[in-house]
Design a protein around this ligand. Structure first.
Ligand SMILES: O=CC(=O)O
Length: 316
């Protein structure tokens, strides 16, 4: 059995890579080769059929891809695939998969955690008489931009806080979905921006959503509103955000994502009192990590067996 297992490349095990439990799951079906082992022994290249991509590592640049002639699939850990050029990979005969749905609960928890933490920060600063009082989350208005699986989970959580829920999305959700969370569709994003106390970004990064929130959008937000981003840093124009936070045209921001990641130490965002930044940890719970890895394994197995991949990413 062992010698028949297909080979898969990972970055590293441990602090800079995958946790051991994740690698153990992979090893049930694949012979695992770390990037370091691969660099030390390039003859392994003809055996590798899968790259398990975690935190965009091992970086699938053209030098890596061209050195893997047997590569069938890049199984990405995570739902966002903005770091991959899917059409180019497909043209080389390499398929791409991701892990949607399994990341949604942890990411939605993170959004609510950031939202609440940003208000906690105000209360703490108020105790030191350094800023105004906290803003009550319960009963406030939550504006969700991007009502996919994660956005919907955020709405469910907002409902638990008796929030009025507005959403903006390419497509209106079904009436049943809207009723389930009491969400109201804003076809026009500007209406949401004007009304929401908390604006949460849950869109994929695409050419259409790059810079979606810039000077104009921030200027439409209430001066008491907070921006929460758990999607991708590039959805927000960071220079515009710095200005809005410095001039207090919005109250605060709470970001799990920035560009670059991490931000350089002297980046102005890191030195503002009205911001919380976490280092892209939305999915970093043990349960979600293991579900993601199992999904990566299922996708990769289907690819090496020439079957339909459960979560194949198709070019837009
Ligand atoms: O960033 C996390 C993901 O893409 O799932």
């Amino acid at each position: 059995m062992a010698q028949n297992r297909p080979c898969a490349l990972i970055s590293e095990v441990g602090r800079e890579g995958l946790i051991q439990e994740a690698v153990d799951l992979m090893k049930q079906h694949f012979e695992i080769i770390t990037h370091r082992e691969f660099l030390q022994n390039p003859s392994l290249s003809s055996k590798i059929q899968v790259v398990f991509l975690w935190d965009n590592k091992p970086k699938p640049d053209s030098s890596l891809i061209s050195s893997l002639p047997a590569l069938k699939v890049i199984a990405n850990g995570g739902v966002g695939i903005d770091h991959l050029d899917v059409p180019r990979l497909n043209a080389l005969g390499i398929r791409v998969s991701n892990t949607p749905h399994v990341v949604s609960n942890a990411t939605a928890d993170m959004a609510m955690g950031l939202l609440l933490a940003s208000e906690t920060q105000f209360r703490e600063q108020y105790m030191k008489r350094q800023c105004e009082m906290g803003f009550e989350v319960t009963g406030s208005t939550l504006g969700i931009i991007g009502m996919g699986h994660i956005g919907f989970k955020i709405a469910q959580r907002g409902r638990g806080f008796d929030m009025k829920i507005l959403y903006h999305n390419r497509n209106k959700r079904s009436c049943e979905d809207e009723q389930a969370v009491g969400a109201v569709y804003c076809k026009n994003m500007e209406d949401l921006l004007r009304e929401a106390d908390f604006v949460v970004l849950a869109v994929n990064l695409t050419p259409q959503t790059t810079g979606l929130i810039g000077h104009k959008e921030l200027s439409l937000m209430k001066t008491t509103a907070t921006l929460v981003n758990i999607s991708r840093g590039r959805v927000v124009d960071q220079d515009a955000l710095v200005e809005a936070l410095q001039k207090r045209t919005i109250r605060a921001a709470a970001l799990d994502v920035t560009y670059p990641e991490p931000l350089p130490r002297d980046h102005p965002l890191l030195h503002l009192p009205n911001i919380i930044i976490t280092p892209h940890i939305g999915t970093d719970t043990l349960a979600t990590t293991l579900k993601m890895v199992q999904t990566m394994v299922d996708n990769a197995l289907a690819a090496v067996q020439g079957q339909q991949i459960p979560n194949e990413v198709k070019p837009l």
